[in-house]
Structures are given as structure tokens and as C-alpha cells.
Design a protein around this ligand. Structure first.
Ligand SMILES: [Zn+2]
Length: 378
């Protein structure tokens, strides 16, 4: 609960920040209109950015010091043609200082560098230093789920063009309705919220290991009884009463990111990793996984809940010493690649399945973020 409401609050702050940047953009536009030369320069740049997406295989990113997490996430963003389609339409910042500070612009430069050259790998240095301006620490081990949210929020905040922000939201945002029902009277409250990832527990409410991604989803949308110390205040009853809390799925986006909560904070003073076997499918139909009660959507919306896997961000090692890599299915070639920093190799779906995990292999690779893509309607 805390995590969700925290994210929502972040969303509000972001809206405020966004309106501020939009005001700033107006000022910038007025200035550039006077400066024909700068305008021409911008046009020249946007023609460079029109280069077609990745034709040949994939390009690695050098590790610049514990940057495997950042590298893996950048590959997931930049191999996604839905995302790069938006990225290519950003407004080029007017001066060098703003260029240096602009995350989407630096991502675009990196993408160009990856695609234009004949190198097997490139250095993401300029982007990394741009991120450090925005308080993303370098040379530290990040958590991929957290860094994904940080990156996404920075990209959205700095994209400026309202139509691109809207497209980015549409592309990634999951809509959920939270229901809270008093168990003593009939009162019920509903609240819509949006999320960027579905944070899925890999254990059930009795701390038993869940057996598949579908089970994790079932568990996430399973109603929870709030009793004893978790009781809520009911306005109708005028006192604290037991409540039934349930989540209903309203809308799923084109790119669906799920986060397997394999790092466990419970029952121990230290964080430990849950490495057990947890398979996830190549094709996933949400309307077949969830019950009628767990959805708040019409038939047309539900008919579009058919997904195929696009990428897996995998973690190996322990909580304190770990390494990330990304398995991504190239959308232009329909081939799987494993991006391990500067080292990129073609793999098969069977190789990707190695990230399902194994209870006895605590140092083995396990899927941490799962990114699915909506299938085109038949
Ligand atoms: Zn009540």
C-alpha cells in the first residue's frame, strides 16, 4: 500500500514540475524564434535523428563502473521501437548547458551513437553524467525496479512537448481501481490509481513460494482482509472496522512492466534474495488469468489484454554483490539477444528460460523485471 500511494504522490509532484517546464519552454520558444540561426541548427539536428532504427543486430554498452543496471535498462528502452518513436520527436534543447542536463536528449544521442557507428559497444558516459546531475548516483549498485522508475520520471519530466508526455503515459501506465469495503456496514470507497510497474510478490500471504507468474498475478489481485491492527476507520460506523481491500484491473498499456519482488525484507534483519523457480510464459492473456471480479473493464478493453514477452532484466548474485543483464527480443529482427554490458550475443527463448530461477542456485540468474508487449489485434 505504502509503495503505491508513494508513487501516486510522486505523480502529483511530477505534474507540478511538468507545468513548470512547459512554462519554461514557452519562454525558450520566444527566444529561439528571434534567432534564425539556432532554428536552422535545430532543423539540421532533427534530420540526423531521423535515421532508421537498428538494422544490424545489437550494440553493447561499456560498463563505466557498476553500471550494469543502468546499461540493462537503457537497452530495454532503446531496443523498444515504440519508445524510440517518441524519443525521436523531442525538442532539442537550445544551448549546450541544457543539452548536457536533458536526459531524453542524451538518450537520443546515445541511440544515434549506437546505431550510426560500426562499433560493437559504446560508452554511455555523457548520459551517465547527465543522470548524475539529477542525483542518480554513479558507481553504486542500483535496484533495477527503482532505477527504472527514476529514469522514466526523468524522461517524462524533461520531454516537455505535452503530446509526447501523453504518448509516453499511454505507452507505460497501468490503471487500477482500489476498492475498500467496510465489513460491518455496506459502505465502499473506490479510488483510481496509475502504476508504472506491477510489483508482484513471489510469496503468497502465508509466505509460501508461488509457482508461476500467473499465480503471482492472481495473488496481487486477490482481495485482502484488513483485520486487527490493519483495520480502517469507517465514517458510516464511526469506528475502526475490518475492511476488505481489493484491486481491480482497469486498463493495461502497450508496454507492461512487472517487477518480481525477489528481494525479501521480511523475517530477517538483512535483505535476502528469493531465487526459487518461477516460470513466466512467452504469451500472456490477462483476461484468462484474472477472474471477472478482478477486472473493471469492458469486453473491448479485455480483448486487448493479450501480450507477448519483450524483455527480461535478470539479476545474478546476492543482494550486496550482484550483476544485471538484459534479454531482449529485437522487434525488427524477431531474435533474442543477451545484453551483458559491452558483450552482446544472440540467444534463444530456451536461454531466456534460464532466468526462471532455482532454489539451490542462489548465485544463479533470476528474472527481476519482466516487460511484455501488447499484441497487435488479429
Ligand atoms: Zn462501516
Amino acid at each position: 500500500m505504502g509503495q503505491r500511494s508513494g508513487r501516486q504522490e510522486g505523480g502529483k509532484k511530477l505534474e507540478v514540475a511538468l507545468s513548470k517546464t512547459m512554462e519554461a519552454e514557452e519562454v525558450v520558444q520566444n527566444n529561439t524564434e528571434k534567432d534564425e540561426e539556432a532554428k536552422a541548427k535545430v532543423e539540421k539536428l532533427s534530420s540526423v535523428f531521423g535515421v532508421a532504427d537498428l538494422k544490424n543486430g545489437a550494440v553493447g554498452l561499456y560498463n563505466i563502473g557498476l553500471s550494469c543496471c543502468l546499461n540493462s535498462l537503457l537497452q530495454v528502452f532503446l531496443m523498444n521501437t515504440c519508445f524510440t518513436g517518441i524519443l525521436r520527436r523531442i525538442t532539442v534543447p537550445p544551448d549546450d548547458e541544457q543539452k548536457r542536463r536533458n536526459v531524453p536528449y542524451q538518450m537520443l544521442l546515445l541511440l544515434e551513437k549506437m546505431q550510426c557507428g560500426k562499433q560493437n559497444a559504446v560508452y554511455p558516459k555523457a548520459l551517465a553524467s547527465c543522470l548524475s546531475i539529477h542525483r542518480v548516483k554513479l558507481f553504486v549498485q542500483h535496484d533495477a525496479a527503482q532505477l527504472f522508475l527514476t529514469l522514466w520520471n526523468l524522461i517524462k519530466k524533461q520531454m516537455k512537448k505535452p503530446e509526447l508526455v501523453e504518448e509516453l503515459n499511454d505507452l507505460y501506465t497501468i490503471c487500477i481501481q482500489e476498492h475498500l469495503a467496510c465489513q460491518k456496514c455496506s459502505s465502499e470507497t473506490k479510488r483510481n490509481s496509475s502504476m508504472l510497474t506491477l510489483p508482484l510478490s513471489v510469496l503468497d500471504s502465508n509466505s509460501h513460494m508461488l509457482k508461476s507468474l500467473e499465480d503471482c498475478l492472481q495473488c496481487f489481485f486477490h482481495p485482502e482482509e484488513l483485520t486487527d491492527q490493519n483495520m480502517c476507520f469507517c465514517e458510516q460506523c464511526g469506528r475502526k472496522t475490518p475492511f476488505l481491500q481489493s484491486m481491480k484491473l482497469v486498463h493495461l498499456p502497450q508496454i507492461l512492466t512487472m517487477h518480481l519482488k525477489r528481494f525479501c525484507f521480511e523475517k530477517a534483519a538483512y535483505i535476502h534474495k528469493l531465487s526459487h523457480y518461477l516460470p513466466f510464459p512467452e504469451d500472456l492473456d490477462f483476461s484468462a488469468v484474472l477472474t471477472e471480479n478482478q477486472c473493471q473493464a469492458d469486453d473491448k478493453e479485455k480483448a486487448a489484454w493479450k501480450y507477448e514477452i519483450f524483455a527480461v532484466v535478470a539479476h545474478s548474485g546476492s543482494t550486496s554483490f550482484g550483476h544485471y543483464c538484459a534479454y531482449i527480443r529485437s522487434l525488427t529482427e524477431c531474435k533474442w539477444y543477451c545484453f551483458n554490458d559491452s558483450h552482446v550475443c544472440q540467444v534463444s527463448w530456451d536461454d531466456v528460460k534460464c532466468t526462471y530461477g532455482h532454489s539451490k542456485l542462489h548465485w544463479g540468474e533470476t528474472a527481476y523485471l519482466l516487460i511484455y508487449m501488447k499484441k497487435r489485434p488479429q
